[in-house]
Design a protein around this ligand. Structure first.
Ligand code: GAR
Length: 190
């Protein structure tokens, strides 16, 4: 069974969905480490509740991205992490992590990439008045929400949609899609 690390910067509802998918047997993986760049992220509480070791850092306290990624790397190695799952981690992954985990880092993004990369993808789609948006799971490369696409799910935006209702729809799809995609990906890797 693969050892995974989950990275998140905020609420961590996707992290929670992954924890629950493991508990229910839908996903075969061990979350051996949780990483956050935000001391106040609610996701940290979720890690504590689930007894998952966590590493929380503040980027400003390191002299460079390479320096904090080296610190992350030490924790990843200590916990024998095979695979990194980004779940609302709002930082670009740098060379240091990519070099060690190339092809082994995935991300979820709340739009049909390549449309609406970056921050507030849900707001961007809402403001653009598109009729269809969705969710993308992709491998991570050095770009912002770029990298080979693994899976996508479209969501229709109704005429009376609000930002909040769209966000709720997107989260619901994310919470089902991400664990299912991870299960396929991790089980196909032996
Ligand atoms: C999710 O909607 C995820 O797709 C998005 O952050 C949210 C985190 O929510 N990620 C990105 O925008 C990456 N560019 P959560 O903390 O409740 O899981």
């Amino acid at each position: 069974m693969k050892n995974i690390a989950v990275f998140a910067s905020g609420n961590g509802s996707n992290f929670q969905a992954i924890i629950e998918a493991i508990q229910s047997g839908q996903l075969n993986a061990n979350i051996q480490l949780f990483v956050s760049d935000k001391k106040k992220a609610y996701a940290i509480e979720r890690a504590k509740k689930a007894n998952i070791p966590h590493f929380v850092f503040t980027a400003k306290e390191y002299e460079s991205k390479a320096a904090y990624e080296e610190a992350i790397l030490e924790h990843l190695h200590e916990h024998n992490i095979d695979f990194i799952v980004l779940a609302g981690y709002m930082r670009l992954i740098g060379e240091t992590l990519l070099r060690h985990y190339e092809g082994k880092i995935v991300n979820i993004h709340p739009s049909l990439l390549p449309a609406f990369p970056g921050k507030d993808a849900i707001g961007q789609a809402f403001d653009a008045r598109v009729k269809v948006s969705g969710v993308t799971v992709h491998f991570v490369d050095a770009g912002m929400d770029t990298g080979p696409i693994i899976a996508q799910k479209a969501i229709e935006i109704s005429d009376d949609e609000s930002r909040e209702s769209l966000q709720a729809k997107i989260h619901q799809v994310e919470h089902e899609l991400y664990p299912a995609v991870l299960q396929k990906l991790l089980s196909s890797r032996g």
